[in-house]
Every structure is written in structure tokens, then in C-alpha cells.
Design a protein around this ligand. Sequence first.
Ligand code: FAD
Ligand code: SF4
Ligand code: SF4
Ligand code: SF4
Ligand code: SF4
Length: 412
Amino acid sequence: MPAKGDMFYAMSADKAIQDKGELGGAVTTLLKFALENKIVDGVLAVKKGKDLYDAQPVLITDPKELINTAGSLHCGTLLMSKLVKKFFDGAEKMRLGITVKGCDMMGLYELAKRKQVNLDNLVMIGVNCGGSVSPYMARKMITDKFGVDPDKVHKEEIDKGQFIIEFEGGHKGISMDELEDAGYGRRTNCRRCKLKVPRQADIACGNWGVIGDKAGKATFVEICSDKGADLFDKAVKAGALKAEKAPDAGIAVRGKVEKAMLKLGDKWREKDFKGLGEGNERLKKIMTDTSKCIKCYSCINACPICYCVECSTRKPYLVPPGQVPPPFMFHMIRFVHISDSCVNCGQCEELCPMDIKNSLYMHAIQQDLEKMFGHVPGIDLSLPVLALVEEPTERTRLASTGSDQIYDIFKK
Ligand code: FAD
Ligand code: SF4
Ligand code: SF4
Ligand code: SF4
Ligand code: SF4
């Protein structure tokens, strides 16, 4: 029986899944095995919709249909965690198998600690993630930089630091660094992301570290929990999954790539946060940018931390109704409620019709809070710092200081 921390190369024993899968179809096979053997009642995965820029979440209850979800969609910027809360009752009554990127997994942890998702009913198959490209940006980048009609592209992948496309008439790759320096490439939150291998899931799968004759044909699997070990073991013993121990050289390569990606994340954080300035300068920038807001509520609807039935931004004594743009209080409410727990998933920015850099601002504040209190959101079930502030203590402090600023992060 494998144990937490064990690493394998794995691929499906089913030729059709092997061919359709991104790297041998291990993820699809594990999910199919869980469904067939009633370990889960359904699988929440992602399938290609109209084209490869259209990633659609789908609930599957017939194991035969799982093959339709095989393959990675790097222009699929959707977030799975909020879907579990919104449409599946937080997996309270249904056992779900689910594919998760780092941000999906972190969102699930934040919802779980607020008792909005039941992690016990989830089997999380994690996929390593170097980043995703928004569908709009992908089309623009393929047109401008690759000189190819995006509708003629039938496959895209991100490999060895390149964005690669296959299209009618050939294939072409351009380095991600070059694309990003020119203002294209991954979403800005993905550039800052440092959750590259989702070890808080039950199993973490990816292509990094697969070397030799298995390169491109198998998935590197890291067992991350007892639940994951049990599923993997059963799938191998039943002959659904082919697996072999990952070689030391492959493990070393994977470690190196992960380290390099984390360094790159640090570089982007430094660049992005520096660009915001500090103190009043930062506040002014945020106030100016958010003054474009049309109060569409997309940022709230998409955020995995926002789940309140009665949202404070809809309370007339806090945010007067019928006013567009809304007063800064609208955004302040979100900064105060979310910033300690923001997982930098990017949804609030990606879906903002006014292109307000919501995710950048929230992530910058979250990082300040993390430095102050050491609370890292999304990786375990420890409560955020602000959840630990006691009302009587706060009332006493307010009465004695006359200030409602606990930590004046904008002070010069
Ligand atoms: P398959 O059997 O083909 O299953 C793939 C699973 O991924 C399916 O369940 C499918 O529903 C799901 N999926 C597809 N697109 C998405 C999406 N956008 N969001 C959530 N789930 C999705 N591995 C690395 O080692 N390094 C990387 O940098 C890296 N980047 C990735 C970026 C993205 C956006 C994705 C989705 C995956 C990435 N991977 C990365 C993982 C890798 O591409 C393979 O998914 C993994 O090796 C499993 O291969 P497989 O053949 O076993 O998966
Ligand atoms: Fe991947 Fe991180 Fe971007 Fe999520 S935020 S898509 S885990 S790089
Ligand atoms: Fe994601 Fe934005 Fe919510 Fe942060 S604030 S968790 S980036 S939606
Ligand atoms: Fe809840 Fe605040 Fe988000 Fe509204 S903005 S849903 S009150 S956390
Ligand atoms: Fe305002 Fe953008 Fe949020 Fe809509 S998504 S409410 S426009 S900040």
C-alpha cells in the first residue's frame, strides 16, 4: 500500500483514455475508478465546450462519460470551489470526485473552514499548475504574436516554459517570458501564484519530472493523503491504472522545476506589488481604479470567500442603493472581509467588466497581513486572524482609543 509522500509514474490501462488524456489519462482513470466503485456519487470535472477556449464544468454520474473530460485546458480559468458550494450544497449530501488546480483546492479549504464545504465528502485529484491564460488573451496572443487564426488551433499546451499551439498547417511555440514581457501570457494572478503542486489535495498529478521513455506519456503522481493512497492502491490492484515508482532523477527534476516556478512567482509579486506603491500612494491608486466600478457584483459572486446570504455591500446604510459608481465603502467592505483569506484565484479581476485590478489589490493586502500575522490562507483549516478578534475586546479598544483602525496598514 503506498503512503503519503510516495511518488509514481502512472497512466491509464485503458487505451482510449490514455490517448485522450493529457499525459496518459491517470487523472481520468482515478476519477472513473472512484465513480465505478461507488467511492463517489459523482465527478465534477472540466470538459471542452465549443472550442479549446471554452472550458465547461460538468457533473458526471455515468463513468462511461468521464473520457469526455480528459485533457488539460490551459485557457480554462474557471474556479471549481465556488461551484461545489453554490450548486452541490457544499458536498454535504453528495460524495464528489473533483479535479483541482491549486486555486481550486485553496478555495475549498477556505470554504471548509467556514463550514460551507464538507471536505470529508470530497476526493480531490490535484493537477500541478504553472498558470492559465484567459480565453480573451489566448485568442489575442495567438493572433498577434503567433500570426495564426485562433479558430484554426486544435491544441494548446504550456511546456518547458513555452506556450505551444498546434494548428492547421503546423505547430509553434513562443517562450512565456517573451510573451509576458510583451504584455501577453498567463493571467497576472497566475504569475504571482505559488501553489504549484496542490499537496493539500488527496493526490497531486502533473507532467513535471516525467523523464526518459515515459516523458509526455505518463503523469507524475504524488500521494498526499491516506484517502489518496487508498484510491491509488485500489485502482492499480484492479488493473485500471498502470504505475511504477518515480525514478530519483525524475523526482529531482520535478523539485528543480517547482523551485524555479516559486522563484518566478516571487519575482512577479515583487514587481506587481512594487508597482502599487505603498501607504497613501497605494490607497489613491486603488480608489482611482475602483472608481470605474459599475456595481455588477461579479467580484462577489465569483469569490470563493464571499458566501454570505446577506452581503454587507447590499445594506443601504453602508452602501446607498442606486449609486454608480458606488462609494469606496463598497470595496472597503470586501477588503476588510476577504483580504486575510484571499487565495489569489484571480476570479474577481478576470470577471470584472471594468478591468479593475481587484485581485492584485486584494492579494497585496493579503500579503501585508500574512507578513504581520503569519496566517497563510488556503493551505490548512486554521482560522484567519480576523476571525479571532473578540467583540468585547474590540469594543473596549474602540472606547479607549476612539479609533476603528486596528492595524493602520495605509499609514506612511
Ligand atoms: P487527464 O486524465 O487528461 O485529466 C485531466 C483533468 O484535468 C480532467 O479531469 C479535466 O477535467 C481537468 N481539467 C482540465 N482543464 C482544467 C482546468 N482548466 N481546471 C481544472 N481542471 C481541469 N502539470 C505540471 O506538471 N506542470 C504545469 O505547469 C501544469 N500546468 C497545468 C495547467 C492547467 C491549467 C491544468 C489544467 C493542468 C496543468 N498541469 C500541469 C497538469 C497536467 O497538464 C495534467 O493535467 C496532469 O499531468 C494529468 O494528466 P492526465 O493525463 O493524468 O490527466
Ligand atoms: Fe494555476 Fe495558481 Fe493560476 Fe490557479 S492561480 S490557475 S493554481 S497558476
Ligand atoms: Fe479570488 Fe479575488 Fe476572492 Fe481573492 S478576492 S479569493 S482573488 S475572487
Ligand atoms: Fe460576505 Fe463581505 Fe463577501 Fe459580502 S463582501 S459576501 S458580506 S464576505
Ligand atoms: Fe465593480 Fe468590477 Fe466588482 Fe463589478 S466586478 S462590482 S465592476 S469591481
